[in-house]
Design a protein around this ligand. Structure first.
Ligand code: 5GP
Ligand code: MG
Length: 175
């Protein structure tokens, strides 16, 4: 059994402030399409997009699933939604909730490259660099965190906890 930590690892206010500064870095880059990875990045991507709003900025979702219902990656990655993606010749910002082993983003980036965009950059809310198994650096990182399993602000454990406005750590409950 797991339970949430007694206080958030990152508060809603800290997230909002970091989003403002992140958007200030990202907006001048003039991306054509934001590509969020569902489901984990849905809140982050929505909050970020509102801050880099421009008339011609498009948003196109894809889904990459690897986790199943556990805190350990299964190592299997399925990518869906590619058939609707129109990114040829465009400047893409790939957005994910958390960069952990790096397997997901490196595989998704390779897959998107095959669609012929002019440029792909990556943005993650959280970076757990201690867990990396493949070399991968995101171009934009919200927060670097320790090697703990986190939930909230879009991130789930077995589909639960996604709706919290803060980031929490999940701890084993021996009680
Ligand atoms: P990677 O392929 O980099 O190991 O894992 C990336 C994906 O694993 C993320 O998009 C996320 O779905 C999931 N993940 C990795 N660490 C965590 C974590 O601490 N909490 C949650 N909820 N998901 C995680
Ligand atoms: Mg994910």
């Amino acid at each position: 059994m797991y339970k949430m930590s007694s206080k958030p690892l990152i508060s809603a206010k800290e997230i909002e402030e970091r989003l403002d500064s992140l958007a200030a870095e990202i907006k001048p880059c003039g991306f054509d399409v934001v590509v969020p990875l569902l489901s984990g990045s849905f809140i982050f991507a929505a909050d970020l997009c509102r801050r880099i709003a421009s008339p011609e900025l498009q948003v196109s979702f894809i889904r990459a699933s690897s986790y199943g219902n556990s805190t350990q990656s299964s190592g299997q990655l399925q990518i869906s939604g590619l058939e609707k993606l129109d990114i040829k010749g465009k400047k893409i910002l790939l957005v994910d909730d958390i960069l952990d082993t790096g397997i997901t983003l490196s595989k998704v980036r390779e897959t998107l490259k095959a669609c012929g965009p002019s440029e792909i950059r990556t943005c993650v809310l959280l970076d757990k660099s201690a867990r990396r198994t493949v070399e991968f650096n995101a171009d934009f990182v919200g927060f670097s965190i320790e090697n703990k399993f986190v939930v909230g602000y879009g991130l789930d454990y077995a589909e639960n906890y996604r709706t919290y406005p803060e980031i929490w750590t999940l701890e084993e409950d021996y009680g």
